[in-house]
Design a protein around this ligand. Structure first.
Ligand code: ADP
Ligand code: ZN
Ligand code: MG
Length: 476
């Protein structure tokens, strides 16, 4: 039997507001535990939440960027459950009336466009953080994270492979970064993803039994967990077994998923309307006002890059895949008009270094002016392309400007015809035997003579100029 894969993703995004979702506590990361708490986010009796307007605006921005419809009325609900990281014993969330719904994100699959439907984007608050000190018989809780504003972004089960899930997440993250509503840092937990996956016989229209995967801390982790899970489900069915609806945890070290709880053990959240937050109407004008603050998004930017700079689909796609990279590229093109050269160098050596060092473009210690200065030195033949690669690596490593490196090392290429001419004459004198070989028809001797000139100049002579002068001197 051949099976097809069905995947739906749930992303939690921490919004980068200054204060929490329903109180004035700071959201600053990495502070002393329980130093950013108040009666509201600790759920003291009698305290009242009030909605953070900035969080609301960020949420609308995301909803609009994901092509969602906005609910006419904003209503919050209580999701009830007991857990030590939740001091109120309920989480303020949205149930039957999510802030927004029916959106989409387009990804490229085999060169064609594939639309991944976004089912809903709703607002909720984060829980605190539990810590279990190793070897101790107690746990600790930090409520600084409790009450931080979150968005939950849920897709329809529209992805058909772990690869598509990975591409959707990459695209979603790019859009969210453009919006500057979150730092989208998976390591800090600002962006988290749960993946739902099932398989079904090819051609079957009914959905199979879904398994929810948790505990992945990178997009690669999501892809790996899904790949493992698809194989596991496949072999269960092949062995005549039955799949159960359950939540499984990804173990990145072992590369396996293990069961956490089955549907029978799932909690009943007894949602009900949050009585302390009165539903309110979202004015159309307010939405339009927020819409006007949306930045140019990746697809629009890619289209503009293609039209304005003559870039290929591929290049425009890569350069707009991260907002920092796109901004950097545009800065460079302002300083150095050959966009294709900028693109090639950025996507080649610069990106390779950034990836190798595992840093963000924003952390790259190479200002656009310094980088384009390097490109200008290649154009003026002050250095060769090969030298430029070395200088670039060193500039990124040492934070010293490329011009300065070239100067200090005396790297600059000799293009001055006079200087090369005298080296050529010296070589011709010393290699009289080779010269006569060449003149009697041994053409390979020419390359040897070029090599000697390069050696004399320690590789700094401009090869094109050397060729030209040598030919002239040999009477060609
Ligand atoms: P629940 O009520 O259990 O949270 P939802 O209908 O809200 O389920 O779906 C949660 C996520 O699971 C969504 O992203 C959805 O697309 C996905 N999903 C639902 N059913 C399946 C399935 N059979 N296979 C894969 N993904 C699924
Ligand atoms: Zn608070
Ligand atoms: Mg759900």
């Amino acid at each position: 039997m051949r099976y097809e894969t069905v995947i739906g993703l749930e992303v939690h995004l921490q919004l980068a507001t200054k204060t929490k979702a329903f109180c004035g506590c700071s959201t600053k990361f990495g502070q002393r535990p329980n130093s950013q708490v108040c009666p509201v986010c600790l759920g003291f009796p009698g305290s009242l939440p009030s909605l953070n307007e900035e969080a609301f605006r960020f949420a609308i921005k995301v909803a609009l960027a994901l092509n969602c419809r906005i609910q006419a009325i904003v209503k919050f609900d209580r999701k009830n459950y007991y857990y030590p990281d939740l001091p109120k014993n309920f989480q303020i969330s949205q149930y039957d009336m999510p802030l927004s719904y029916n959106g989409f994100v387009d990804i490229a699959v085999d060169g064609a466009n594939k639309r991944i439907r976004v089912k809903r984007v709703h607002m909720e608050e984060d829980a605190g953080k539990l810590m279990h000190p190793e070897g101790e018989d107690y746990s600790l809780v930090d409520y600084n994270r409790g009450g931080m504003p979150l968005l939950e972004i849920v897709t329809e089960p529209d992805m058909s492979s772990p690869r598509e899930a990975y591409d959707y997440l990459t695209k979603l993250k790019a859009i969210l970064e453009y919006l500057k509503v979150s730092d989208c840092d998976m390591e800090k937990g600002s962006l988290r993803c749960d993946a739902n996956v099932s398989i079904r016989p090819e051609g079957e229209t009914k959905l199979g039994t879904k398994v929810e995967l948790k505990n992945m801390n990178s997009f690669k982790g999501v892809r790996n967990a899904l790949e493992y899970e698809v194989k596991r489900q496949d072999s269960v069915l092949e062995d005549g077994g039955k799949l159960v609806q359950e939540t499984r945890l990804w173990d990145a070290d072992k590369g396996i998923t293990t069961s956490m709880r089955t549907k029978e053990e799932a909690e009943d959240y007894r949602y009900f309307p949050e009585p302390d937050l009165v539903p309110f109407v979202v004015e159309k004008e307010e939405i339009e006002r927020i819409r006007k603050t949306l930045p140019e998004l990746p697809e629009a930017k890619a289209a503009r890059f293609k039209a304005a700079f003559g870039l290929s689909d591929y290049d425009a796609g890569v350069l707009t895949s991260q907002v920092d990279l796109a901004d950097y590229f545009e800065e460079c093109v302002k300083l150095y008009p050959n966009a294709k050269t900028v693109a090639n160098w950025l996507m080649g050596d610069v990106m390779a270094t950034v990836n190798e060092k595992n840093i963000d473009m924003s952390e790259l210690a190479l200002a656009p002016a310094a980088f384009t200065g390097l490109l200008k030195m290649i154009d003026s033949k002050a250095i060769s392309g090969k030298m430029a690669k070395e200088v670039l690596a060193e500039a990124i490593e040492t934070r010293i400007a490329p011009e300065e490196i070239v100067q200090k090392k005396g790297l600059s290429q000799i293009s001055d015809a006079g200087a090369i001419e005298s080296v050529v004459q010296g070589v011709l004198k010393k290699e009289a035997k080779t010269v006569s070989d060449y003149k009697s028809g041994k053409k390979a001797a020419f390359a040897f003579l070029v090599g000697q000139v390069m050696k004399e100049t320690k590789g700094k002579a401009n090869p094109a100029v050397v060729n030209e002068i040598l030919k002239k001197s040999l009477g060609e």
